[in-house]
Design a protein. Structure first.
Lengths: 152, 741
C-alpha cells in the first residue's frame, strides 16, 4: 500500500492503495464518487469516463499509480455551485438522457468535445462521442443536446 | 406548465441523472456488507457428481450456498416453474448457477470462485432449434416443446388450388444480447424475524416478489422488493432479476449480513437472457391480381434450457406473424423449443421482431413473384377498418395504412431514390463501387398484454394527496429510462390541472405500492397511464364530493382542499383497478378474437449502401413513421423510436452472438459490437396522431414497435442494392462476402 495525492474536482485528496488499483474503484469505493459508472471494465463503453489533466480517459483502464499529482474531473465536478453546465441542461431539455447510466460519461465526453471545438459539426460530434456507448437513445437526442448546448 | 400532455416536458429525474446523483444498485452499500459471486456450470448438460472447494482459500470465512440450503421451493416461480434457482444434481445449460459464495473481500471472492470445481458427468446436449425439433435428444418434457399455438382462420388447405402463384420462403433471426449499460445487480438483507428485503435493478418488482415468496416459503408480507434506479431494461430485466435477487437473498439469509451481488459485463452477457433465435417458414397463395389468398406460417423459437417466458414470447410472435394484411385464410403453427443454452427471454418486441422480419422479407419476395412493386403489392393487401386480422380480430380503429405508406415514401424520397439507385448500380457494373438501395417494411405492434392477459393481471394504481397539496402516484411500474416518471406526472398534472412539479412518483417498493403489473409489453403509458388518470380523478371527485373543492379551482384551492380533507378524515387516497375496454373478446383455446386492445401502425424506410470492396453494408438514412395514438411527450416518444431503431440496426447488421457448445463465446463489448455514435444513420422520426379512446390522453403503446421494422426494411434495401436476397439476421460482412465470392 502506498499513499497517492491528487486533486478531484478541485479538492486535494489523499488515498491509500495499491498502485495498480483501478482509478474507477478508487473513485467509487474510497472517495464515494459513484457518479462514475462501470459498464464493461475494458475500455469499450465509456461509462467510466473522467477527465485527467484535460485528457478524457476511461477510468477503468487507469491505474491509481498513474494519477499521483494529477487533476481529475468527474461528473460530480461538472456543475458549479449547483448550477448546471450548458451540456447538462441541454441533456435534460432535449432528451439526451434516458436510463442515465451512460449519461455521466456522455456528458463529460460532450464537455470535453466542446472545450476542444466550440462549434462541432455533426461528424465532429459523432467522432467526439464515439468512445461512449448508449443503448437507449439511438444517439440522436444526444447529438441534438450537444448542438443546443453550444448554441446557448 | 399548463396542460402538459403533448408537450416536451423534461424528464422528471433528469437532473439526478446528468449530475451523477442518481443512485443505481452498485452505488449503494450497507455496513458489514458481503460481496457475492456465482459458480456456474462449465458443461452444457450432465449430472453433477462432485463439488470440491480447493486451492489456498480460507473457506471457513465464506458463506456458501447450494441447492440444499434453499428454505422454500427450488424454482423460479414464473410460468412453468421448471427453472431451479441452483442446479440440484443436474445441469441443463452452460453457466447454470450451482454454488453461491459471499465474503467481505471481493478480490478474494474471485479467487475463491476459480477454486470451486464442479465435476459433471456429461450427457449429450442439443444446441439448435433444428436438432430440438428433430428430437436428436429429448432434453425437456416428452418432445422438447415448451409451448405451441395454432391460429387457423378460414381454410388454408382449399386455397392452394385457386392460387396463381405459390411462394415459399425460410427466414432466420439470431440471438441478440440486451446490452443495457448497467449490468444486473441486487442487494439483499434477510433474516427470520424481518423476512427478506431486496433492492435491485429491475423492471417488475412483483415478479421478483412472487418468486421470492416461493423460494423462501414465507408469507407475502415478509418479502419486500424495492426497485433502484435502473440503467436500461429492454426486457432483460423482466424475468432475470428474480434469479439474482433470489441468489443474493439466499446468501443474506444464511450469513445474516447484507449481501451485494453485481454481475460484471462478461458474466451478464454469458449468463443472462437474450432475444430468442427464430426460424420462420412461409407459404403463400396469391392471385394474378396480387391478392393474398392464403398464408401458411410455421414459426419456431429457441427457448433455451428452461421455459421462462417463452410461451408468451411465442404468443406475441405468433399473433404478429401475418402482419397488417388482410387474408381470408391464415394458418400459423408455432412452437417454442428447448435447447441446452442459457434460457432466452424477454427482449423489446417479444417475438414480434422475429416473425415480422420473416413476413416483411417474404412479402417483398411475393411481390416480385407476382410482378408488382413492394409498394403496390402491400397496397392491394393492407388491412382496413372493419376487416379482420389473422386472429379474426375486427379492426375498429380508424387506420389508413395507404396514407402512412404514401407519407413515409415521400419523407424518404423513396420513388426518386429507388429509380436513381437502380440506374446508378447498373451503370457501375464491373467496377468496385458503393451500391445503394432503399427498402421499407410495414407492420403493427399490439400494446398491452395479449388477449385476456390484462384482465388476469387486474392492475391497480393508487394516488395519495399530502397535507401540503402534493399528489403522490403509487404504482409498481418502473422507470427504466423510457420515461414512466415523466409520463405519469404529465397525466396526473393534466387530469388535476396541477403543476407538473406538484406530482411525486413514489419509488416502486412492494411494501408501499400496489401491483400495477410488470413494466413490459408497451403497456405502461397506455394501460397503467390510464389507471393513473382514473386514480387521480378519484382524488378530485372525493374532494368535490365532500364539498371542499369547487368545480373550477386553482392550484392553491386544491392544496387547501387537500389540507382540509386530511385534517378532517386523516388521509386522502384513491385507487383504480383495470377495466377492459368494451367489446373485447379473446378465446385462449382457439387463439381467435381481440388479441390486443390497440395496435400501433408503422412504415419504416431504410436507405443503405453496400461497399463492394469492404463488404460493409451501412444504413445511410432511416425514416420511421408511426401512428401511436396521441403522442404524450414528443421528446420522450421520439427517443423511444430512435433508441429502438438503433437496437434494431444492431440486430440487423452488427450484433452477432457467437455460440460455442451452447455458450456465448464473444461475451465482451470488444467483440460483441453494438452501434456507436459513429455508426448510426440519421433516424428521422414522424408521428401520425390518431387519439385512442381508451388510452390516457389518447395514447397507445410505443416502446416495442421500433424494434420490429428495421431489420426487414434494411434487408429489403440490401436486396435492392445488390440484387441478392438475404434472409437471415444478423447479416454480417462474412455472409455478404460468401454471397459474392
Amino acid at each position: 500500500m502506498q499513499t497517492f495525492n491528487f486533486k478531484v474536482n478541485g479538492e486535494e485528496r489523499s488515498v491509500e492503495g495499491f498502485g495498480m488499483a483501478r482509478l474507477l474503484d478508487v473513485l467509487r469505493e474510497q472517495l464515494h464518487l459513484t457518479g462514475t459508472k462501470e459498464g464493461c471494465g475494458e475500455g469499450e463503453c465509456g461509462a467510466c469516463t473522467v477527465i485527467i489533466d484535460g485528457q478524457i480517459v476511461n477510468s477503468c483502464l487507469v491505474p491509481l499509480g498513474q494519477v499521483n499529482g494529477a487533476e481529475i474531473t468527474t461528473i460530480e465536478g461538472v456543475a458549479r455551485n449547483g448550477e448546471l453546465h450548458a451540456v447538462q441542461q441541454a441533456f435534460i431539455d432535449h432528451g439526451g438522457a434516458q436510463c442515465g447510466i451512460c449519461t455521466p460519461g456522455m456528458v463529460l465526453a460532450a464537455v470535453d468535445l466542446l472545450k476542444r471545438n466550440s462549434e462541432p459539426n455533426e461528424t465532429e460530434i459523432r467522432n467526439g462521442l464515439a468512445g461512449n456507448l448508449c443503448r437507449c437513445t439511438g444517439y440522436m437526442k444526444i447529438f441534438e443536446s450537444v448542438v443546443r448546448a453550444y448554441q446557448k | 406548465m399548463d396542460h402538459p400532455i403533448g408537450k416536451p416536458v423534461p424528464r422528471k429525474e433528469g437532473r439526478k441523472k446528468v449530475t451523477g446523483q442518481a443512485l443505481y444498485i452498485d452505488d449503494l452499500s450497507y455496513p458489514d456488507m458481503l460481496h457475492a459471486v456465482t459458480v456456474r456450470s462449465p458443461a452444457a448438460r450432465g449430472k453433477i457428481t462432485n463439488i470440491t472447494f480447493g486451492g489456498d482459500i480460507p473457506w471457513d470465512e465464506f458463506t456458501i450456498v447450494t441447492a440444499k440450503d434453499i428454505p422454500g421451493a427450488n424454482y423460479v416461480a414464473l410460468i412453468l416453474n421448471d427453472q431451479p434457482y441452483l442446479a440440484d444434481g443436474f445441469v441443463n445449460h452452460p453457466e447454470e448457477p450451482v454454488v453461491l459464495l459471499a465474503h467481505p473481500d471481493k478480490y478474494l471472492l474471485e479467487e475463491a470462485r476459480r477454486n470451486v470445481a464442479l465435476e459433471i458427468e456429461p450427457q449429450p446436449p442439443i444446441f439448435s432449434l433444428a436438432d430440438s425439433l428433430a428430437k436428436k435428444q429429448i432434453i425437456w418434457g416428452e418432445d422438447n416443446v415448451f409451448k405451441k399455438f395454432l391460429v387457423d382462420k378460414g381454410n388454408v388447405d382449399d386455397a392452394w388450388a385457386n392460387a396463381d402463384f405459390i411462394v415459399e420462403g425460410e427466414y432466420e433471426t439470431g440471438a441478440q444480447e440486451q446490452l443495457y449499460i448497467e449490468n444486473n445487480g441486487a442487494i439483499a438483507i434477510a433474516n427470520e424475524t424481518d423476512g427478506v428485503t431486496v433492492w435491485g435493478s429491475m423492471q417488475c418488482p412483483y415478479y421478483v416478489h412472487k418468486a421470492l415468496v416461493k423460494l423462501f416459503g414465507l408469507p407475502e408480507e415478509k418479502i419486500r422488493i424495492i426497485q433502484t434506479e435502473t440503467g436500461g431494461g429492454f426486457g432483460g430485466k423482466e424475468e432475470y432479476p428474480s434469479l439474482i435477487a433470489g441468489h443474493a437473498a439466499l446468501l443474506a439469509w444464511k450469513s445474516g449480513k447484507p449481501v451485494k451481488m453485481i454481475y460484471d459485463r462478461a458474466e451478464d452477457m454469458v449468463a443472462t437472457t437474450k432475444r430468442h433465435p427464430s426460424r420462420t417458414r412461409h407459404k403463400s397463395a396469391v392471385t394474378r391480381e396480387g391478392k393474398l389468398l392464403a398464408m401458411e406460417i410455421d414459426f419456431v423459437i429457441d427457448g433455451g434450457a428452461y421455459c421462462t417466458l417463452s410461451p408468451v414470447v411465442l404468443s406475441r410472435g405468433t399473433i404478429h406473424a401475418a402482419g397488417p394484411y388482410v387474408c381470408p385464410n391464415v394458418r400459423i403453427h408455432s412452437r417454442a423449443v428447448a435447447t441446452n443454452v442459457p434460457p432466452h427471454g424477454a427482449f423489446r418486441g417479444f417475438g414480434a421482431p422475429q416473425s415480422i422480419f420473416a413476413l416483411e422479407r417474404h412479402i417483398d419476395k411475393v411481390a416480385q413473384t407476382v410482378g408488382l412493386t413492394p409498394e403496390e403489392f402491400r397496397r392491394r393487401n393492407f388491412i382496413h377498418e372493419g376487416e379482420t386480422t389473422a386472429t379474426s380480430q375486427i379492426i375498429r380503429e380508424r387506420i389508413d395504412m395507404d396514407h402512412l405508406l404514401t407519407r413515409a415514401l415521400e419523407l424518404s424520397d423513396y420513388h426518386a431514390k429507388r429509380e436513381r439507385f437502380a440506374r446508378e448500380n447498373n451503370a457501375s457494373n464491373g467496377r468496385f463501387s458503393k451500391k445503394r438501395g432503399i427498402g421499407f417494411a410495414s407492420f403493427m405492434h399490439g400494446a398491452g398484454f395479449t388477449g385476456s392477459g390484462e384482465v388476469y393481471l387486474q392492475s391497480v394504481v393508487s394516488a395519495e394527496a399530502t397535507a401540503d397539496g402534493k399528489v403522490r402516484i403509487l404504482a409498481a411500474s418502473t422507470e427504466i429510462g423510457q420515461g414512466t416518471n415523466t409520463i405519469f406526472s404529465q397525466i396526473a398534472s393534466e387530469t388535476l390541472g396541477l403543476d407538473f412539479d406538484s406530482i411525486e412518483i413514489v419509488q416502486p417498493d412492494t411494501s408501499h405500492v400496489p401491483n400495477s403489473g410488470p413494466t413490459v409489453a408497451s403497456r405502461t403509458s397506455m394501460v397503467v397511464g390510464k389507471l393513473v388518470e382514473s386514480a387521480v380523478m378519484g382524488l378530485k371527485q372525493t374532494l368535490a364530493g365532500s364539498g371542499l373543492l369547487p368545480e373550477k379551482y386553482s392550484e392553491s384551492e386544491f392544496k387547501k382542499a387537500c389540507a382540509d380533507y386530511i385534517a378532517k378524515f386523516g388521509s386522502l387516497k384513491t385507487s383504480s383497478t383495470y377495466q377492459p375496454p368494451p367489446n373485447v373478446h379473446w378465446d385462449d383455446e382457439k387463439y381467435q378474437g381481440d388479441a390486443y386492445g390497440a395496435y400501433a401502425w408503422a412504415i419504416y424506410v431504410a436507405e443503405v449502401s453496400f461497399d463492394e470492396l469492404t463488404y460493409e453494408a451501412r444504413v445511410e438514412d432511416f425514416v420511421a413513421l408511426q401512428e401511436v395514438g396521441r403522442v404524450l411527450n414528443p421528446v420522450l416518444a421520439a427517443g423511444q423510436i430512435e433508441g429502438g431503431v438503433a437496437q434494431a440496426i444492431g440486430f440487423t447488421l452488427f450484433e452477432n452472438v457467437v455460440w460455442k457448445d451452447g455458450r456465448m463465446a464473444n461475451n465482451q463489448m470488444t467483440n460483441y459490437i453494438i452501434p456507436t455514435p459513429a455508426d448510426i444513420p440519421p433516424i428521422r422520426v414522424f408521428f401520425e396522431e390518431n387519439p385512442y379512446a381508451y388510452g390516457p390522453g389518447g395514447a397507445k403503446g410505443i416502446g416495442e414497435l421500433p424494434m420490429d421494422g428495421a431489420a426487414p426494411a434494411i434487408l429489403n434495401a440490401i436486396e435492392h442494392a445488390t440484387g441478392i436476397s438475404f434472409n437471415q439476421v444478423p447479416l454480417m460482412p462474412e455472409t455478404l462476402i460468401e454471397a459474392f465470392v
